[in-house]
Design a binder for this molecule. Structure first.
Ligand SMILES: *Cc1c(COP(=O)(O)O)cnc(C)c1O
Length: 431
């Protein structure tokens, strides 16, 4: 029963509730809030070289933390399974329209929860279990979802792998074509997670046409460079393009599938109801923000810096006697082969972390060491380029890595570098 005072209450206010009613995170859960504060310090005071990481803007983070997450929206704009979609439909349509225009895509699905489910949705859309697929080997720069044995994609489909040429250290399109003729794959996957060069999407298109395969390009790593106009776009060549939104694109943790109109219905059905339930609406909103940011001149400058900074880092490492997979870089990635230095990737990555230089160990092609302790170190330029580092700073990073490695990972040297890293980082505020 309603009380008299409740029925006379004033018009509802949407102002934030009083702190005593709605405690902040720090008030309600200081233990957890402390972990987040510590992570902010770590992100601010270290040089982040993990090629898949970045800094999302304040606007992106605001949208991704918004109350849009409170809403369930199974289905697509105009065709939902729950009512109350007046605002959500506008948000999702805006994200889609911006992504189509940014990349020149005929159709975009912005609902995949992340890159791996986006790729799974493509398998689901086009393949029957056991169908043949041709993709880049994990040890040569492919992703787990490109049919690695430990991945669902490697268990449910017959994925064969192409790799780099031993002679050139690059992709050999004649060899890939010969493999495709032999396998007759239903799906060919291009794109990568650790190949420091451009790929020839026209060559992949011609191979796919010859064997009647669907061509998917996974541009998770380099989508931001494509958006910024400093990397060839796969859109004119691929039937389907998948991408994460949180790597070089600097958006929220999410993904998109871009495809030709002819495949739109299959792709949408594969994402929902094939693979997922409700979309993460706050993330959809943040993707819309990210797509808007990616059209700005600042973003184009950032994308250009990703490429020139990776090149400066590669040069600096070569000057210090390091060996690089493919001998250099065309994109945001540098893959160091540490075998000539007599050290494994894992101890080097762990030592560099103590020096404030955060990277990941990585397999190199024809690695002679096990995947848990491979011979490579993967370095990426996006995060620090987003923070404003230029070529001089990236050359300095190369010099730091050289002093650490050439000292045999001496703790005193690592401590000295950590101090210098902190000093440099505070001059480049994080977004
Ligand atoms: C990162 C990545 C993915 C997977 O993305 P998650 O969001 O981690 O699931 C897929 N493909 C490639 C090439 C990637 O680099």
């Amino acid at each position: 029963m309603q009380s008299a005072s409740a029925s006379r209450s004033p018009a509802p206010s949407f102002a934030p509730a009083d702190a005593s009613v709605a405690p902040s995170l720090a008030q309600f859960d200081p233990e957890l809030a402390g972990f987040i504060d510590d992570e902010a310090v770590r992100q601010r005071e270290t040089v982040r070289l993990i090629a898949s990481e970045n800094y999302a803007s304040r606007a992106v983070r605001e949208a991704s933390a918004s109350l849009l997450a409170n809403k369930y929206s199974e289905g697509y704009p105009g065709a939902r399974y729950y009512e109350g979609q007046q605002n959500i439909d506008k948000v999702e349509r805006l994200a889609i329209a911006r992504a189509k225009s940014l990349f020149g895509a005929e159709h975009v699905n912005v609902q995949p929860h992340s890159g791996s489910p986006a790729n799974l949705a493509v398998y689901l859309a086009f393949l029957q279990p056991g169908d043949p697929v041709l993709a880049l080997d994990l040890a040569h720069g492919g992703h787990l979802t490109h049919g690695a044995r430990v991945s669902l994609t490697g268990k449910h489909w017959n994925v064969q792998h192409y790799g780099l040429s031993r002679e050139t250290g690059r992709l050999d399109y004649d060899a890939i074509r010969a493999q495709a003729r032999e396998l007759q794959p239903r799906l060919i996957i291009a794109g990568h997670t650790a190949y420091p060069r451009h790929q020839d999407f026209a060559a992949f298109r011609s191979i796919a046409d010859e064997v009647g395969a669907i061509l998917m390009v996974d541009m998770a790593h380099f989508a931001g460079l494509v958006a910024g106009g400093v990397h060839p776009s796969p859109l004119p060549y691929a039937d389907v393009v998948t991408t994460t939104t949180h790597k070089s694109l600097r958006g929220p943790r999410g993904a998109m599938i871009l495809c030709r109109e002819a495949h739109a219905a299959r792709i949408d059905k594969a994402v929902f109801p094939g693979l997922q339930g409700g979309p993460h609406n706050a993330i959809t909103a943040a993707i819309a923000v990210c797509m808007k940011e990616a059209t700005t001149p600042e973003f184009a400058r950032y994308a250009q810096a990703c490429v020139s900074n990776a090149a400066a880092l590669a040069d600096s490492l070569l000057e210090h006697g390091f060996e690089l997979v493919t001998g250099g870089t065309d994109n945001h990635l540098v893959l160091v082969d540490l075998r000539s230095k007599g050290l494994g990737g894992k101890p080097v990555a762990q030592a560099l972390d103590r020096a404030g230089l955060v990277a990941n160990y990585n397999a190199v092609p024809w690695d002679t060491r096990p995947p848990r302790d491979p011979s490579g170190l993967r370095l990426g330029s996006p995060a620090m380029s987003a923070r404003g580092f230029g070529e001089a700073e990236f050359r300095q990073i190369g010099a730091w890595i050289a002093s650490a490695v050439d000292s045999g990972l001496d703790e005193a040297v690592l401590a000295r570098i950590a101090g210098e890293v902190r000093e440099l980082c505070v001059r480049y505020p994080m977004p």
